[in-house]
Write a protein that binds this ligand. Structure first.
Ligand code: BGC
Length: 358
């Protein structure tokens, strides 16, 4: 079969190649990939900054945001049948840590987990893949068109669900939220907060007329364009929120957000910031404010099966509440042979997908 792969560690090595046709075991399904979503992690892997090939392979098939259809199932497979639309999760457990052994590879403590399309395991930018049903999630026809957004939705669902869980420490419930960034992750975070009825403000650099701002408003969020306003001044211009989700990819924004929380508020950091950039921060002031305001700052990565189920429910609710709005996140659908256009930054917009035809 054809696949899109990189040589991990080698800059701009992305290419299309032949790869062995996967042969499903009796307890696996064979899935035909229909589309994959592209994200910053894919770009970073192609820059040689991140990513690891499976052991014994010198290449890594890229792609972790996926959507496909089951083509056949092995004799021992239950619960999934040919014709079902499915999304496969990304992370697979290590063999040694307690959390991985208890279904929580997203909380792996050994660092020896693998991730399809990212770390030590081939991904979904291929005509087919095989997988155990344990890692496959069925997608209803109602959300088929936005099924490729499920994986990034699981990331924000985990962040939001954990933040609310941690805030059970308080007698009151969080009411106001702020999302930094109106890229795909930021807008999905806004959706996750709005389906929970939080009063949500999205802050990003795009103008008020930008489609990103329009999508945020269509989901009942307020939108604030940070264009021309320094992050420091922003804290004086908007009310301090009970909850912040940082989705910009900038560590500077993460630190600024720490000083914008309301008393008892919580900040969820979701950006996997690449590189080793340093920032000058007011360490004593930040530390003092976090202490005196009982604030919580936490990071969140990947997602568990529970978050996949929550994310499916959130996509369905969003589709009912705001029909067609999340679909507007997918601004470019490229035939997969045109993958280089996105990696060479010839495509702008919110989310680009590669449409895979066998
Ligand atoms: C993916 C996650 C993954 C993380 C770290 C993100 O882009 O969406 O599934 O755990 O990168 O590799």
């Amino acid at each position: 079969m054809k696949a899109i792969a990189v040589i991990p560690g080698q800059q701009n090595s992305i290419h299309m190649q032949d790869a062995p046709d996967p042969a499903p075991a009796v307890n696996e399904a064979l899935v035909r990939v229909l589309r994959v979503g592209l994200c910053g992690t894919d770009a970073e892997i192609n820059s040689g900054l991140y990513g690891e090939a499976p052991s014994g392979s010198d290449y890594l098939i890229l792609g972790h945001e996926n959507f496909g259809v089951v083509e056949s199932v092995g004799s021992e497979v239950k619960g999934i049948k040919p014709g079902d639309y499915v999304v496969a999760s990304v992370r697979r457990p290590c063999t040694e840590c307690f959390n991985c052994q208890h279904g929580r590879a997203d909380l792996c403590t050994s660092g020896k987990y693998t991730e399809r399309g990212i770390k030590g395991r081939h991904g979904y930018m291929a005509e087919h893949y095989t997988e155990s049903p344990e890692f496959l999630f069925k997608i209803d026809k109602a959300i088929k068109d936005i099924g490729v957004l499920l994986e990034p939705m699981t990331i924000v669902e985990k962040g939001a669900a954990q933040a609310l869980e941690i805030q059970k420490r308080l007698p009151s419930n969080p009411r106001t939220a702020l999302v930094f960034g109106a890229g795909p992750v930021g807008l999905l975070a806004a959706a996750a907060l709005r389906v929970r009825d939080l009063d949500t403000l999205v802050v990003s650099k795009e103008a008020d007329s930008d489609p990103r701002a329009q999508i945020a408003k269509a989901m009942g969020c307020r939108y604030f364009s940070i264009d021309g306003t320094s992050l420091g001044q922003l804290g004086k211009r908007i009310p301090c929120p009970d909850m912040i989700m940082e989705c910009t990819g900038s560590s500077a924004v993460g630190f600024a957000a720490m000083q914008m929380l309301a008393a008892d508020g919580i900040l969820c950091l979701l950006s996997v910031t690449g590189g080793d950039k340093t920032e000058l921060v007011h360490a004593a002031e930040i530390n003092r404010d976090l202490v005196l305001r009982n604030n919580v700052v936490f990071g969140s990565v990947n997602a568990s099966p529970t978050h996949y189920k929550l994310a499916i429910r959130a996509l369905k609710t969003a589709q009912k509440k705001w029909p067609g709005v999340l679909a507007q996140l997918i601004t470019t659908r490229l035939p997969w042979t045109d993958f280089a256009k996105w990696f060479n930054r010839e495509v702008s917009g919110i989310k680009t997908t590669l449409e895979i035809r066998g």
